[in-house]
Design a binder for this molecule. Structure first.
Ligand SMILES: NC(=O)c1ccc[n+]([C@@H]2O[C@H](COP(=O)([O-])OP(=O)(O)OC[C@H]3O[C@@H](n4cnc5c(N)ncnc54)[C@H](O)[C@@H]3O)[C@@H](O)[C@H]2O)c1
Length: 326
């Protein structure tokens, strides 16, 4: 039996695929390469336990054809649905983007899981479903859930759809609300953005917002650990978990200063105005991860450590352009 990873050429997915292959799983990946890169899949080329098909998962016929092709010899028993528009800012400018890449990819995943009798789903949701609740420590049952970005809205709609599907035909459906995730191979996010800005202009780092935005950051290796732990130790059919570090986060100012120190110590930092970096940006949030801890998993890195490690890793990484052919 195989595991299907959607958005397989992306940042988090390539870490998930590494871990699944290390556990001797057969892994199939699909991606339309809109944001991910084939470079992230190069090292699996020729391995007997891995196959990749390029397909747009918002197009149900293309998605169905990819699954039919992949399952010709080995059926799929579990899906890790990670494909989405991960560019929240772009989704605020074009609401069709999140409808298509965040919601319709989930809708089609659920529909095709039913058609192909696949009963286990792991879903990458986001802290964005909580909206702007800056002074509350957010637990999984905190409400009302009022997202402030199209991205958050389409993640929340996806969660609702999965909840309904879980009643109908799923044996296991785990919804993970990620915080900001950092590490390699970065395709987007604050650390990559700041490092790339400094590479373009080593004298001046201009930062979106006034630098006071404060959020929690988790290193991708810990994120994957936590998901694996819940998948293997949770006993409920449908469940929702916040995954995050156990701290109150770090500010954008701190991150900018650390990036400058690591990449171009002479650079001057110029902050923007206002607390929001862009429309749809949640300037402050803090999770409770008590539920995750009760299940037996705890993070070992604080937000600041995760960011520092990611800066060291990403400043060694070349600029990614996405796309390409596998
Ligand atoms: N990285 C974070 O900080 C973070 C935070 C919260 C939630 N998430 C979620 O985790 C998942 C993985 O995120 P990531 O950071 O690895 O982003 P990413 O952009 O690196 O990966 C997403 C992948 O989905 C693919 N994709 C998008 N639309 C598609 C479509 N229509 N058909 C096929 N493939 C498509 C992209 O090409 C990309 O490879 C996403 O669902 C994202 O929303 C990430």
């Amino acid at each position: 039996m195989a595991i299907l990873v959607t958005g397989g050429a992306g940042f988090v997915a390539s870490n998930v695929i590494d871990r699944l292959l290390a556990g001797n799983e057969i892994v199939f990946a699909v991606d339309n390469l809109s944001l991910g890169s084939v470079q992230n899949l190069e090292h699996y080329r020729g391995g007997g336990s891995f196959r990749f098909i390029e397909a747009d998962l918002a197009d149900v016929d293309a998605y169905r054809a990819a699954i039919a092709e992949l399952t010709r010899q080995t059926p799929i028993h579990e899906v890790w649905h990670l494909a989405a528009n991960s560019d929240i800012r772009a989704g605020s400018l074009d609401s069709a983007l999140d409808l298509r890449d965040t919601f319709m990819t989930t809708f089609n995943t659920v529909r095709l899981m039913d058609e192909f009798s696949i009963r286990r789903l792991i879903f990458a949701s986001s802290s964005a479903v909580y909206g702007d609740r800056r002074d509350v420590e957010l637990a999984e049952d905190s409400g009302p859930l009022l997202p402030i970005s199209n991205y958050g809205a389409m993640k929340l709609a996806s969660e609702a759809l999965i909840s309904a599907a879980a009643q109908r035909f799923m044996e296991k459906a785990l919804i993970f609300r990620f915080p900001n995730v950092v590490g390699m191979p970065a395709t987007h996010g604050i650390v990559l953005d700041l490092v790339n800005r400094l590479r373009t202009s080593p004298e001046l780092l201009s930062v979106l917002g006034d630098g006071s935005q404060k959020k929690q950051y988790l290193h991708v290796t810990e994120l994957v650990d936590a998901m694996m732990w819940c998948r293997d130790h949770g006993d409920r059919g449908l469940d929702v978990f916040n995954i995050g570090p156990d701290d109150s986060g770090v500010t954008v100012r701190q991150i900018a200063e650390e990036v400058v120190a690591a990449v171009a110590p002479e650079a001057r930092i110029q902050f923007g105005v206002g607390k929001q970096g862009w429309i749809g940006d949640v300037p402050h949030f803090r999770y409770s991860i008590e539920k995750l801890k009760r299940l037996g998993w705890e993070p070992s890195l604080h937000s600041g450590d995760a960011v520092r490690r990611a800066i060291a890793e990403i400043s060694q990484q070349g600029c990614l352009d996405g796309g390409g052919k596998f």
